[in-house]
Design a binder for this molecule. Sequence first.
Ligand SMILES: C[S@@+](CC[C@H](N)C(=O)[O-])C[C@H]1O[C@@H](n2cnc3c(N)ncnc32)[C@H](O)[C@@H]1O
Length: 391
Amino acid sequence: MPQPLDAALTEVRALLLDPSLTRAVAAGRRRGHRPSVERAELRPVALKGGPRLQIATSDGARPYTRNVAAGAEADAAVDALLAEPFGNWHVETTDVTLQLRVTKSGEAQVHRSAATRPPVEPGGHDRAKEWLLDPGDEIFTEIGGSAAKRRQVDAFLRALAATLPDDLTGRLRVVDLGCGNAYLTFAAYRYLSQRGLDVRLVGVDVREDQRRRNTELAERLGWADRVSFVAGTIADAVVEPAPDLVLALHACDTATDEALARAVRWGARWVLAAPCCHHDLAAQLRARPAPAPYELLTRHGILRERFADVLTDSLRAALLRLHGYRTEVVEFVDSRHTPRNLLIRARRVEATPGSATGSATDDEQRAQYRALLDQWQVTPRLETLLADAPG
Ligand SMILES: C[S@@+](CC[C@H](N)C(=O)[O-])C[C@H]1O[C@@H](n2cnc3c(N)ncnc32)[C@H](O)[C@@H]1O
């Protein structure tokens, strides 16, 4: 039932100024109005000088954070935020979670629930520390997803956190290729903007229905001006300007090759791609006998497929190195959560190609790569896609 907005905001005010506050977010806009900041996030922090209320705002160009003392200073800061025409407030205290949405007619739709506490391990440890993104974050109510997906995405973001330099600031352009229902896209936006980066994120998927659904979700979250979606193939979708960071989580089969090729052509600074199924080289291996003395490696179908997986990802990593990327292949999440748990992680090397991409020189690496292909008589899709790219 809608209720008068003033009364609802008075309730929000009391929660924001209550010592039990854990975090609050204001975002979105009321019909016909535009707040002076796009988003505000409040949380209590313990500083040397004592407890403070931290208020982080973003005007879309750059984030701004300040810490205010309880009392008159916090009262005034909170009143100023409540006077802004935000469309949504999400407030969490240790006891209650309140969500307020301003309706088109200017009333408040309020939902209250018992606080979402992170699950507790049988041993009593607080599992929240295991997560990069707070499991109680309101975005999960909107974006849904299974527990396994949440675990995968959180682990993927941890790998991302370990890849980006700690002192990275300013604008970051990101693309999520083969984004599907955009679980990673939204979680990545949340994580990167919480780091204080000014993020512009584009999700690409061949499915138009996903584009529509994801765009609506971005609007509901109040992020539509920073998170957008394109329906098209990874190989051809228009993404402008070129991204700094390319993500691809389980893009099917050779869609991962399309993602890596796009990243190289864009000259992306960082690439994180967790491959999915690998049918391309598996089919090429089936088509001809293995070279001596490796016949035993491909004799059994299941082992041939696993070998094809290893060969595909080894060649992908080698090609990235040959195109100037320092590249690692790691397991980003326990195989309990997904059997597709490999991650190809690459960082563009600024120095002369060959000097920093590995211990061998470029020529040696190229020769090793070529010898492997000649021996197995295969052509990886990524090589074809990068055929005319500068290496
Ligand atoms: C297995 S789903 C993964 C979705 C998402 N990244 C995730 O991890 O939840 C693969 C997605 O890639 C999309 N896809 C596959 N091939 C594609 C291509 N060549 N271009 C664009 N999207 C593609 C599919 O439509 C599907 O949504």
